[in-house]
Design a protein around this ligand. Sequence first.
Ligand code: PGA
Length: 249
Amino acid sequence: MSKLVVGNWKLHFDLEESVSLAKEIGAGNKGNYITGVAPVFTSLASVCKENAGSKLRIYAQNCHWENSGAFTGAISPRVLKNLGCHGVIIGHSERRHVFGETDEMISKKVAAAISEGLEVILCVGETLAERDAGNANATVKAQLDSGLSNVSDAGIERLVVAYEPVWAIGTGKTATPEIAQAMHQGIRAQLIAWNNKAKSVSILYGGSVKPANCKALLSQPDIDGALVGGASLKADTFLPIVNSGHIAK
Ligand code: PGA
């Protein structure tokens, strides 16, 4: 599976700032990990254009499941592909919990984006209440089951899963490497039980990943990379993660 680190810029940066930070990241990246960034929609065209031919992968943060029609405010997988986006993040916890996206919507988006040729980073993760109630594994399992339900055999190679415990996103609280590894191991087993081809799917960890904790997390056997929010907003904090070394597995 690929070793991948993606910066999710969420609702940060205007066009110029996005282009300039993408350039800085591209220039400082030593290539230890495949690296990507996910700017806001309105910056995607320029960031894709400026980085055409470079190794930096550009991702969107969301998309709709239909390619055209009466869907005011929506962005389709096809327009993202045409812009030169490599992939799209789907089912981020902020999409689920702030914007009310359901497992069903997310599974339709996953299938639509994959069939347009985009890589999909499917995010799963439990809330603190779900973890405290002993339901972390069941929650993640159900989200993953649903997210995979429309993925074809041929689409598996364009699938990445990101485990992001909601209680660790933007809170400064990171899952310990042991907690994260245990969940990643379960996700890997579930993927393989679903389809043996899915043994090559990369599983990223996300939730307050920063230079100080990235090595301990990324050295876990089932953590293949990271989805990084806050620490991806500055080259000074993102590059040390991206350049933290390729850990042999
Ligand atoms: P964080 O965000 O690194 O700021 O916790 C991660 C994410 O939301 O993907």
